[in-house]
Design a binder for this molecule. Structure first.
Ligand SMILES: *Cc1c(COP(=O)(O)O)cnc(C)c1O
Length: 392
């Protein structure tokens, strides 16, 4: 068996030499503001569990009740025998939440982007994409026959040039992340919306890191900028702030109907189990009934960001709970992450190719679950590790 995979093992060995090979880090506890890793109790600063919903009592109870009433799985894809009443119910709730006509849930945010982009464009169309968009958008674009243009990161002049150079296509689709996951900056949606209206382009916004975080009750960037009704396709994930698993598109009834017939991950992959579906549904209720969670998230964000900045760290252009601590050097970044762990903080280093060379960073995300004491403890760990490495 071994020799068949020697060519892959060679590549892995090279990665080990370049210190880019990563082991998975198993948690020995549930997700939370503190977790157990390697038998050590540490403060978690690397999850996307913004609101602490992964272990919220209402989500857990909804999942348990769903298993009791409907079982562990669905036994089919949505389009054959795997649509339960709860699937449609969740979609109606999401559409209502996003102030759109309809919505459709996919197995993940990744497959949502892939499914939407790959199915709605043909070789008569063009897709215009921010250069730092998420991998799932890039892969979705790879699956279309549409022409592709990439504009400079959040640069509306570059976007306008791309739109001007795209007059000959049937459909022009502009796609952007709402919040960019490595820097925590927000896309300039008001300007992007104006350009899309001026050039009659369809706009698709992926709000994976904004759902549950920005806008009224966590409705996302579109609501945050008061642009309801002016963004044609909103993608969200149920896997980050919502705390469970899945992705959805919120748009028109036409798009929903079309994707039910043409969205390949939707058509050819089994539907979400009852526990997942009902836990997601409970999470949307929590967003609307416990707005204090989002307030605490932003309060913690401000406290932690200010703390890092006053220690002298470079936190880039973050405007959201995603706060990078930019170190630059890749080896030093991994060293910093290891030292933070020894001081009781789990914060992963992120290096090339996920971020540009020389821009390696520790990426932190605070949650509503962190106490001020935990965040202060984390800041103390950053101070110690930063001093050990002569970064401050
Ligand atoms: C995480 C993420 C996704 C993927 O969502 P999953 O539900 O985890 O598959 C898609 N887009 C963006 C911008 C993301 O950050």
């Amino acid at each position: 068996m071994k020799e068949q995979f020697a060519y892959l093992q060679n590549e892995l060995d090279q990665m080990k030499e370049q210190h880019t090979f990563r082991e998975l880090t198993p948690l020995q506890s549930e997700q939370g503001s503190r977790v157990t890793i390697d038998g050590q109790d540490v403060i978690q600063l690397s999850s996307n569990n913004y609101l602490g919903l992964t272990d919220h009592p209402r989500l857990k109870q909804a999942a348990i009740d769903a298993v009791e009433a409907y079982g562990a799985g669905t036994g089919s894809v949505r389009t054959i025998a795997g649509t339960l009443d709860m699937h449609n119910h969740l979609e109606a709730k999401l559409a209502d939440f996003k102030h759109t006509e309809a919505s459709l849930v996919f197995q993940s945010g990744f497959t949502t982007n892939q499914g939407v982009l790959s199915s709605i464009l043909t070789d008569q169309d063009v897709v215009i994409s921010d250069e730092l968009n998420h991998a799932s958008i890039i892969d979705g674009i790879r699956l279309t026959k549409a022409a592709r243009k990439v504009y400079k990161h959040v640069d509306v002049n570059s976007l306008e040039e791309a739109l001007q150079a795209s007059h000959d296509y049937r459909v022009r689709l502009v796609v952007t992340d709402g919040v960019f996951s490595m820097d925590g900056n927000i896309a300039p949606l008001p300007e992007i919306v104006e350009l899309c209206e001026k050039y009659d382009a369809i706009l698709m916004v992926d709000d994976a890191h904004a759902s549950g975080v920005l806008g009224q009750n966590g409705r996302g960037t579109v609501d945050h900028f008061d642009l309801n009704g002016r963004v044609h396709i909103q993608v969200g994930t149920l896997s980050k702030a919502i705390g469970v698993l899945g992705g959805y598109v919120a748009s028109t009834q036409t798009l929903r109907d079309y994707l039910i017939h043409k969205g390949r991950p939707f058509l050819f992959s089994t539907s979400h189990p009852p526990a997942v579906t009902e836990a997601c549904s409970a999470a949307i209720d929590v967003l609307q009934e416990e707005p204090e969670l989002i307030e605490r998230l932003w309060d913690n964000t401000q406290f932690f960001k200010e703390g890092l900045r006053s220690l002298g760290f470079d936190t880039g252009k973050s405007e959201t709970p995603i706060t990078p601590v930019i170190i630059g050097d890749e080896a030093q970044t991994h060293d910093m992450s290891d030292r933070l762990f020894n001081h009781g903080v789990f914060a992963q280093g992120i290096a090339f190719p996920t971020v540009p060379k020389g821009k390696a960073r520790i990426r932190t995300i605070v949650t509503a679950q962190h106490t001020k004491e935990e965040l202060q403890e984390a800041l103390n760990a950053f101070e110690k590790a930063g001093q050990e490495l002569d970064l401050l």
